[in-house]
Design a protein around this ligand. Structure first.
Ligand SMILES: [Zn+2]
Length: 406
C-alpha cells in the first residue's frame, strides 16, 4: 500500500499531517524504556497455567515453522495467509508467531551468510556452515519471549479492591479473555518515583512464564560539555579508561575474563550455565557502574558496535559474552546520568602508539603495548582507550553517532 503514494513525496515530507493518518504511523517522541519483571505465579496458579499452556503450544509451533523456514533460499519477513492459516492458534497469535519465526530464521541465516563470506573462518563459523549444509542446525526456541501488544492486552488500574494495583487483561491468548492481577514491585515503584510511567498497552511473556512489564519516560537530553571519557571494552579488562583506570571486581566476585573462562566449560542452557551467566551480568553491572565516572562527565567515547564485531579477540567470545547486554547497560546508565555517547570507528586503536602515533602490528605484545618506533610502553587496553578518546574528541560529528539517537 505504501508503495503507491497518492501525494507528491516531497510534499509528504514537509507536511506529514497531510498524508493518510492510518497508513503513516505517527512518530512517537523518543522514550527511555525499562522492563520490570513480575511473577504472576504468586498471584494465581490457575491463571498462570492459562498462560503457560498456550505458551508451550506456541513454542512447539514456533519450532516447526523456524525449522521449515531456515533452509529456504529466501526467508520472507512477512508470511502470508497460506502459512499463518496452517498454525493451530488463533489468527492474531499466529501472525505474531509467524513474524517471530521469520525473525529467528533470518538471524540464523544471516550468521550462515557471514560465515560463508568470511575469509578466515573461525571454529564457530565452520561449525555453523557444516550444520547448515547438512541441515542439522538445532534451533532452540525454549528461551524465546512473546511480546504481546495492545491487540492482546490492556492494563487498567484496580480501583475497587485492595487485591492488586492493576489488572492485566489478556485476550486472544488463545481464547477467552482473563485478568491477571498486577501488584507493583519495589523495582516498579522505584521506576515510577524516577518519572517512568507504566505502559498499559504492551507486555512481554518471558520464557519462564514471568511477565516483563514495560515502563517509559520521555528521553532525556544529554548534557552538553567538554568533560569526556574514552573507554575501551575488552575481554581481559571489561573496561579500560583513557585515564588509566581499569575493570574492578565486585567485592566477592571475579573479573569478566575469569567468569567467561568458567562459562566455556558449562553446557549451554544448563543450570550451571545460567548461574555463571548471572555472575557474569553481576560483574558487568558492577564494573560499568563503578569504573565509569558517570556523574563527572558529559560524553562517553567508545568504539562503535561494527568495529567491535570486526575485532577478532572480541568476536571469538562474543556469543557468550553477550555484547548486546553490555551495550544495553551502557545505554541505560548514560540515559540515567544524562551522558551523551559518541561512537568512533576504532580500527587500529590497539596497534597505534598513543604517544607518537606510529601504527604497527608488532607494537602489541598481548597485554603490553611497546612502541617499536618511540619505545613507549603501556597497558595495551589503556593505550587503545587513549586513542579512542582522541578520535572521539577530535571528531566534529561526534554527537551525530550518539547511541541516544539510534
Ligand atoms: Zn610511539
Amino acid at each position: 500500500m505504501t508503495e503507491q503514494p497518492t501525494t507528491d513525496p516531497t510534499q509528504t515530507k514537509e507536511d506529514p499531517q497531510e498524508t493518510k493518518p492510518k497508513k503513516k504511523r505517527v512518530k512517537k517522541p523518543p522514550v527511555e524504556t525499562r522492563i520490570s519483571c513480575y511473577n504472576p505465579v504468586l498471584a494465581n496458579k490457575i491463571k498462570h497455567n492459562k498462560i503457560i499452556e498456550p505458551f508451550d503450544l506456541y513454542k512447539q509451533q514456533l519450532q516447526i515453522l523456524v525449522d521449515q523456514l531456515l533452509y529456504q533460499p529466501t526467508i520472507p519477513t512477512l508470511l502470508g495467509k497460506s502459512v499463518t492459516s496452517q498454525i493451530p492458534l488463533p489468527s492474531r497469535l499466529s501472525q505474531v508467531l509467524a513474524k517471530q519465526a521469520s525473525a529467528i530464521a533470518r538471524s540464523i541465516k544471516n550468521k550462515v551468510d557471514i560465515a560463508n563470506k568470511a575469509q578466515n573462518k573461525d571454529k564457530y563459523q565452520v561449525e555453523i556452515l557444516n550444520k547448515y549444509i547438512t541441515r542439522t542446525i538445532k534451533v532452540n526456541v525454549n528461551s524465546v519471549n512473546i511480546e504481546l501488544d495492545s491487540r492482546f492486552i490492556s492494563i487498567t488500574p484496580n480501583q475497587t479492591t485492595k487485591l492488586c494495583d492493576y489488572w492485566i487483561k489478556i485476550t486472544s491468548f488463545p481464547k477467552k479473555s482473563f485478568n491477571v492481577p498486577l501488584r507493583l514491585t519495589n523495582h516498579m515503584k522505584d521506576l515510577i518515583k524516577r518519572g517512568y510511567e507504566l505502559n498499559t498497552r504492551a507486555i512481554r511473556i518471558n520464557s519462564n512464564g514471568s511477565f516483563g512489564v514495560y515502563f517509559e519516560r520521555p528521553k532525556s537530553t544529554p548534557r552538553q560539555g567538554h568533560r569526556t571519557l574514552g573507554i575501551d571494552l575488552g575481554i581481559k579488562n571489561l573496561v579500560s579508561i583513557h585515564t588509566g583506570h581499569q575493570e574492578t571486581t565486585h567485592p566477592c566476585g571475579h573479573k569478566v575474563d575469569h567468569i567467561l573462562d568458567k562459562m566455556v566449560t558449562k553446557k549451554s542452557g544448563s543450570k550451571n550455565f545460567r548461574q555463571t551467566r548471572r555472575e557474569l551480568r553481576q560483574q558487568v553491572n558492577y564494573s560499568l557502574k563503578h569504573d565509569i565516572d558517570w556523574t563527572g562527565i558529559d560524553t562517553l567515547i567508545m568504539e562503535n558496535l561494527k568495529s567491535m564485531k570486526a575485532n577478532r579477540d572480541l568476536s571469538k567470545k562474543l556469543h557468550l559474552w553477550c555484547i548486546g547486554y553490555v551495550i544495553g547497560k551502557i545505554k541505560h546508565l548514560s540515559e540515567e546520568n544524562h551522558v551523551g555517547i559518541t561512537q568512533v570507528y576504532a580500527a587500529y586503536t590497539s596497534q597505534t602508539c598513543s604517544v607518537c602515533g606510529h601504527k604497527d602490528k608488532s607494537n602489541r605484545h598481548e597485554e603490553r603495548f611497546v612502541c617499536v618506533s618511540c619505545g613507549h610502553t603501556a597497558n595495551a587496553d589503556i593505550n587503545a582507550a587513549i586513542n579512542i578518546h582522541r578520535r572521539g574528541a577530535n571528531s566534529p560529528s561526534g554527537h551525530k553517532n550518539s547511541i541516544h539517537k539510534s
